[in-house]
Design a protein around this ligand. Structure first.
Ligand SMILES: Nc1ncnc2c1ncn2[C@@H]1O[C@H](COP(=O)(O)OP(=O)(O)OP(=O)(O)O)[C@@H](O)[C@H]1O
Ligand SMILES: [Mg+2]
Length: 412
């Protein structure tokens, strides 16, 4: 089947396709429109006009007498294939006459034709031309919407890439930071071994050094493993992803006097793209770290669950809570939009926007509760991720599904 999706751009966008094969009707309509500067193509049959439509059109003019029921169905099928921004105007030149069963059937069948205007003949030329011009004006608006959607799509793609780069940069910084600490202590221990007076002392220092090196090796192995993972959805142990992300922040959290509470319960693997899930966890942990500042608690809970309000989907709930400053009231309603940040030069404001996109791609949900008034302040992000591929059409087809993100609840 031919589709309207393939609408060509440029000069064909505003031409009018005419099917009025009786006598010289088609040619006369085109001559009339040419006088008003409208490009027109007259086709001998509906089928030919539908083929023309693939190269672009601003409006269609059909004479009622050429439309059989099956013809109406063919137009309706083609119209239903339009992209969401398109609402192709159709002008139907009707003939005055008695209302009979056949006419009523046709009128019913015409309903799926969408943006349809009936013009009863004989039509005065001025009326006809103004109807065509109104149709073309509405078509121009549709093209503007199309262009806007395309530009926005490109801009969002650039932002997504920017956030990926920002995460990579943060990751590289965390990585260097985390392996630098144990390496520094190994250097000190080697010095102590060099000047130690007894074998006992040497052995003690060597043991500590080997523990420190084991930690370096653990960080490197964990991260290399994640980097080798494919971009395809696989079964992912979310506890491992969270542990690897926490490992990267461990030393900094300790230096800031922030304690980590892990409550990891048994749960099945979720289906997801490992790199994306890691990016999600890193974003939320980084935000919690920034919000706590010094001396608070980061609590992470992971538990198997069923999402009862959504077809009882089996999955995993990850809850990341902090005793930080709480989310500022002025940004609460736009938290998941790009460029919303209170961190000045140190934040891009893309972290939560990308995180909510990742959750959406995994057909999950993300919720947030926050309190910014003392004495108790803090924030809890709660993420549900399905654990069965049947519940994740977006990952299977590579498309986004309906937005299920940001059910926001704030504790006053
Ligand atoms: N756990 C939290 N506690 C308090 N405020 C938070 C928390 N998480 C997010 N926010 C607020 O939401 C804003 C947006 O967060 P988001 O992660 O999108 O951007 P960012 O952290 O500012 O910058 P980046 O793009 O580098 O992550 C933050 O600037 C902060 O004000
Ligand atoms: Mg952030």
């Amino acid at each position: 089947m031919t589709t309207v999706k393939a609408l060509a751009t440029g000069e064909n966008e505003l031409r009018v396709l005419v099917v009025a094969p009786t006598g010289r009707d088609g040619q006369m309509i085109c001559d009339l429109l040419a006088g008003s500067g409208v490009t027109c193509v007259s086709s001998a049959t509906s089928e030919m006009a539908r083929l023309e439509l693939n190269a672009g059109a601003g409006a269609i003019i059909l004479a009622e007498e050429v439309l059989t029921l099956s013809d109406i169905a063919a137009w309706a099928a083609q119209i239903s294939e339009q992209p969401s921004w398109s609402d192709l105007p159709l002008l139907l030149l009707t003939v005055a006459g008695a209302v009979n069963v056949e006419n009523r059937k046709k009128a019913l069948a015409r309903q799926p034709l969408g943006n349809l205007v009936l013009l009863e003949r004989p039509v005065r030329p001025e009326t006809f031309i103004s109807a065509v011009q109104a149709a073309l004006r509405s078509r121009r608006r549709q093209y503007q919407v199309r262009d806007f959607i395309a530009e926005r799509g490109l801009a969002e793609e650039v932002l997504r890439k920017a956030e990926k780069l920002a995460v990579a940069a943060r990751l590289a910084a965390s990585f260097s930071h985390e392996i630098n600490n144990p390496l520094a202590s190994v250097t000190n221990l080697l010095y102590l071994i060099g000047i130690s007076a007894s074998l006992d002392e040497t052995q003690k220092y060597a043991e500590i050094a080997s523990r420190e090196l084991a930690r370096v090796s653990e960080i490197v192995t964990q991260n290399l493993r994640f980097h080798r993972e494919s971009n395809k959805p696989v079964a992912v142990e979310i506890t491992q992803v969270v542990n690897a992300a926490l490992n990267l922040y461990q030393a900094r959290l300790a230096t800031a006097g922030i304690s980590i509470e892990r409550d990891f319960r048994e749960c099945s693997p979720v289906i997801g793209v490992v790199g994306e899930l890691r990016q999600l966890m890193l974003n939320l942990i980084a935000n919690a770290f920034d919000a706590i500042g010094r001396g608070g608690t980061l609590k992470i809970r992971i538990a198997g669950t069923r999402e009862h309000n959504n077809g009882s989907r089996p999955g995993v709930r990850v809850t990341i809570g902090d005793t930080g400053s709480g989310i500022r009231p002025e940004i609460r309603n736009m938290l998941f939009e790009p460029f919303v940040s209170t961190k000045g030069n140190t934040g891009t404001g893309l972290g939560l926007w990308v995180s909510s996109e990742i959750v959406r791609r995994h057909s999950g949900t993300i919720q947030v509760k926050s309190r910014a008034h003392s004495p108790f302040t803090g924030t809890v992000f709660s993420i549900f991720l399905p654990s069965h591929p049947n519940w994740i059409p977006s990952l299977r087809s590579g498309e986004m599904n309906n937005c299920q993100r940001e059910t926001m609840q704030f504790v006053a």
